[in-house]
Design a protein around this ligand. Structure first.
Ligand code: YXS
Length: 261
């Protein structure tokens, strides 16, 4: 399979997917995401025991998040179930083998959810995390928000979403968002050593434990009424002038002027 925006490798049952579109700061466009999904499937079929998701060595940005030019115009859900970004999050969460995010560089918006969808996160000191929906005027979505709550707790999740300010790698490690924070020069060896350790263990047991954790972590019964209220609230946002202004401001490279309507 010839890829354009990523590269993949399989060695000693350890797969590696490298985000390789630096000129767009690995923005999660449909094209890039489709390649990641294909690579995940190919590595699973090739009996990879572990997959490492990384950016090119030396990256200042691991991924700049959703490709903003692909966000839909107002009056359409910007992060619907079939959105490419949301699709790859589900793929990573459900692939029956551990995916390790090896993070060098900053992580933005939906790419934070991509990293958090991985099973283990290992970062260098440059691995900071910035959650951007409020900066762009996007309502985010329930499964993504639940993801943040499960991993970091309500208060930290609120501050990340409300402030849209980067969280340092040190703080991310302190909060358990990063499993490990290691010096950049040790990042690769540390990550692959852990992957090799995992690859020695029972893939069947690991796959079943991973799926149990996924099911238990998302075992929040939402009544139809609650679900409809969530969707109604989200529609208020993506139908708003603010949503259109947020995207327009991003593309015009200027600060947005939100009016709350
Ligand atoms: O000006 P050119 O054409 O060279 O393009 C520039 C950027 O416009 C482009 N680019 C992006 N294009 C679309 N979507 C993006 N997310 C995106 N990020 C970057 O890539 C070219 C190089 O970017 P530049 O010059 O800004 O690079 P830099 O090294 O000075 O700065 C790197 C960043 C990551 C700090 C900067 O590119 C940046 O702030 N990017 C946007 C990060 C962001 O706000 N992401 C959130 C996207 S929205 C999303 O993920 C969800 C919908 S949500 O918000 O709900 O989470």
């Amino acid at each position: 399979m010839q890829y354009i925006y990523i590269t993949t490798q399989l060695k000693d049952e350890i797969g590696t997917i490298t985000l390789s579109n630096p000129k767009r700061r690995n923005a999660l466009s449909k094209s890039l995401v489709d390649e990641v999904i294909q690579a995940l499937d190919a590595l699973r079929k090739s009996k990879a025991r572990v997959i490492i998701l990384r950016a090119l060595a030396g990256s200042k940005v691991w991924s700049a998040g959703h490709e903003v030019t692909e966000l839909p115009l107002p009056r359409r859900d910007p992060l619907s179930y079939s959105d490419p970004l949301i699709t790859v999050l589900r793929e990573i969460q459900s692939i029956p083998l551990p995916v390790i995010a090896m993070i060098e560089g900053s992580v933005w918006g939906g790419a934070c959810d991509l990293a958090l969808s991985c099973d283990i996160l290992i970062g260098s000191p440059s691995a900071n995390f910035c959650m951007t929906p409020a900066k762009i005027g996007v309502p985010y979505n329930a499964s993504g928000i639940l993801h943040f709550i499960n991993i970091m707790g309500v208060n930290i999740a609120k501050e990340m979403f409300f402030s849209a300010q980067p969280m340092s790698a040190e703080k991310a490690e302190r909060l358990g968002i990063l499993n490990h924070l290691v010096p950049l020069k040790e990042l690769e060896e540390f990550t692959y050593a852990l992957a090799r350790q995992i690859a020695l263990n029972s893939p069947l047991s690991i796959s079943v434990i991973k799926e149990q954790i996924r099911l238990l972590a998302s075992a929040y019964p939402l009544s139809p009424n609650t679900f409809e209220r969530v969707q109604g609230l989200r529609r208020l946002v993506y139908d708003s002038e603010d949503y259109a202004e947020g995207i327009k401001a991003f593309l015009e490279k200027r600060p947005p002027e939100f009016k709350g309507e």
